[in-house]
Design a protein around this ligand. Sequence first.
Ligand code: ADP
Ligand code: MG
Length: 680
Amino acid sequence: MKLGDSIRTIKGIGEKSEELFKKLGITTVEELLAFYPREYDLFTAIQPVSSVREGEMVILEGSFASRPQMALVRNLKIISCKFRDSTGQIFVSWFNMPYLMRSLKMGVRYIIRGRIVRKNGVLQMAQPKILTKEEYVNQTGKLSPVYSLTAGLTNHAVAKAVALALKECEMESDFLPLQIRKEYDLPDRKKAVRMIHFPDSKESYARARRRLVFEEFFLFALALRQLREKKHSVVSPYCLKPQEKTKELLSSLPYSLTSGQKKAWEEICEDLRSGYVMNRLVQGDVGSGKTVLAMLSLLTVAEHGHQGAIMVPTEVLARQHYEEFHKYLEPLGIQVVLLAGSMTAAAKREAYRQIASHEADIIVGTHTLIQEKLAYADLALVVTDEQHRFGVRQREQFSEKGETPHMLVMSATPIPRTLAIILYGDLDVSVIDVLPVGRLPIKNCAVDTNYRPQAYRFMEKQVQQNHQVYIICPMVEESENSEAENVMDYTNTLREVLSPSVRVEYLHGKMKAALKNEIMESFASGEIDILVSTTVIEVGINVPSATVMMIENAERFGLAQLHQLRGRVGRGTAQSYCIFMAGNPSKETMERLRIIEGSNDGFYVAKQDLQLRGPGDLFGIRQSGDLLFALADIYQDAKELQQANEAANSFGEKDILLLCKKHERLRKKMEQYTGEEIII
Ligand code: ADP
Ligand code: MG
């Protein structure tokens, strides 16, 4: 078996599972091995009943102290009974497992494993698994992988496929040069891949993860270094100075620019007229008003008779930007065109034609803008919004659509300066450090699920005042290995619980683009009151009349991502609220949520979170939902980022090294990474 082989070569994977794996983006053995676990399940030792704490996953040994009782609650068959050891007793409960009524035996010793939750003020164990002595002995101290799943695929099936692939597949030799591995004490790749899936201890997991994180950063840093050299002071054919129309646009806006926006705009203007190609990043917290800077820059290019394009990560956001640009720029005689994946073939053809014939001045779209067959007439500026959602490669492909066009990228990810220099090493940076005036700060609260009924009543009141609500759930649908809330079931429950006049809809990434757009549009126009959604709405969406954001299982998200989500409210003049609902309110979770509850400043939040956890907390969740890296987290792995950058810089000085036989594997990997052949 080779890395490039189809997963069908793995024993047990037939046509049906092939389809399911495909849904997870896995078609080859290599992709399967790079499908790292979402988290790990650690079997701890048996604990006395008296020592359990809320939120913990624990193992108890003892016997049932009362006969199981069955109750019917909202169509669910719930079985409960008491479990006891020599130190105390605790309630345990199961739902929808009626056969336990017969199989549970009194007076027999059991080992049970489950999470401790609080119901009606009392601690109990929910949905425990009964373990055999053997299972307990075999698993204790081990970390078993927990994968992200799709309906129909079990965790066991994924783990089994990975185990077989690890056994059968001939892995190629390590592409990281030996000297670097020695210098930074990194394990061999084969071993690291094995240990990331099936670690035999926390330590070996940490080593494996560090190696894979390092490798991601190393490739990234090498690629960026190549880019920096290529781009240094490139003369631009587009020497542009803002004219009348930009002034008209500024005076037609319902607000004036903040000092931060003004400063960034001046820096952009300087770049545009400098005679050199602009490579600029605008960094500004959510809601700081980055869109208008893109609009001004694009307009400048258009009024000089050239084209400009803006690429965004989701179609929903593309449509929103399109509407906004159209509204302000059409009156100035500028033709704005949308190119979205879900448009009909005829509509797309027409857009292609307008772009190629230069009828289109400004083009708004998703990754559709970098498709091979799309040709621009005269592309002088490319803007990438929410850059953290794109790879460096995509940003470059976009540039290559024109003849050395100016480049503007925008991001809301708050990163410390030292890291920004590495991550955006090829760009000049403008920072918008103030929010528009007149915004009321968002009121936050971090609570546990007991607060839900109150939260629902609060939402109903907000809806009565014509405001709208977002509710975020981590999952799309029910999944075998997750107790987290899911969009589908949550929506159904909500429709039952709330007054029928409240219009509840749902949205998630697996829906068809056209349907997503429709739902987002109805939400924006006020036809939907409550939108239950996954994090698909995280990026950029702007619905100023939405005033409440509630995030279920807030403990599952990094604080940086919670901050991005929160940025969807507080965009209008009305008071906005954000409720962080902890499904598992352990002490650590609540401590972390208190940070975001106490501050609306994304930069401060990210820094505090890091301090609280310390960089050693490897089992923590990722800080941000950024897709740029598969495993690495720029906050948590800041040290590895710096090391990998250092290694790449000293290695890269001898670029020629990449061409010698010894580094052939690295060269191949780099070519795969950047999509470009390395020649000298
Ligand atoms: P982000 O930086 O998150 O992309 P947006 O550009 O979407 O933020 O702007 C958020 C909201 O703030 C929009 O409704 C926009 O119209 C408004 N806005 C932008 N600049 C200003 C300003 N200077 N004063 C008041 N409102 C502004
Ligand atoms: Mg934005």
